[in-house]
Design a protein around this ligand. Sequence first.
Ligand SMILES: Nc1ncnc2c1ncn2[C@@H]1O[C@H](COP(=O)(O)OP(=O)(O)OP(=O)(O)O)[C@@H](O)[C@H]1O
Length: 257
Amino acid sequence: MQKDEEEMAVLSVDGLRKSYGSFLALDGVAFEMYVGQFVALLGPNGAGKSTLLQLLTGLFAPDAGTIRILGLNIRTHLTEGLAKLGVVFQQPTLDLELTVEANLRYHADLHGLPRSLARKRIEELLKRFDLIDRRHDRARTLSGGNRRRVELARSLLHEPSLLLMDEATVGLDPASRKDILNRILQMRKDGKLGVLWTTHLVDEVEEADRVIVLNRGRVLFQGTPAELRREGQAETIAEAFLKLTGYSQAVLSVPGS
Ligand SMILES: Nc1ncnc2c1ncn2[C@@H]1O[C@H](COP(=O)(O)OP(=O)(O)OP(=O)(O)O)[C@@H](O)[C@H]1O
């Protein structure tokens, strides 16, 4: 990667606004993040996290504001911007009738990877995510945690600079949840990828480089987990989050639920 690419924000969002009819789902959202960072986007249900991710993936256009991926404005450079993006969606997206390997090969073809390069990367990623023994198994036979690992491997095949993970641990058992989170946290050591991790689970943001608190379409806070605790004059992230948002304990979901 070029020096100026390393210093450039991998994702830069400014003045983002999106309404559904008269309902304002995102209201002037702005933040930046860099490669090597794990950024947690924390917000209760309905905060606007999925809407934000739909805009970041070009699914639909914002009413106002700009999104830049490595400096590329996706309004004018959508294809180039999306080529730098890996996504793990909240809803499972594997073809359950295909084998693990075929799911990955299909994605590699979509990204136009030459077959020999695709074979090499698939092999590397299956090893890295401890899936090599399952390569010939149909996705249907995999546990929820393993399916998520396949989706994660798939999202990295084209070597993106930015990985978006939308509530990636929802529905997983506690051990699989921890496994996925730890794998992502380890990846930041490579310094090649920025990860935007959306969640409504406060315990998933403890080790983030930065936390963005989104509530009712607005950014209430952005900074480190320690700064979040300081801002909320609280000992825990959960307490700080509740103070900032004014919610009661009930809004904090039980992990694994
Ligand atoms: N297509 C739509 N039409 C109308 N309102 C919508 C639509 N999609 C989302 N909303 C509303 O916009 C707000 C933000 O929704 P969004 O799904 O982005 O939030 P979220 O933080 O991802 O929540 P969740 O964790 O529940 O998915 C919610 O109040 C939701 O009801």
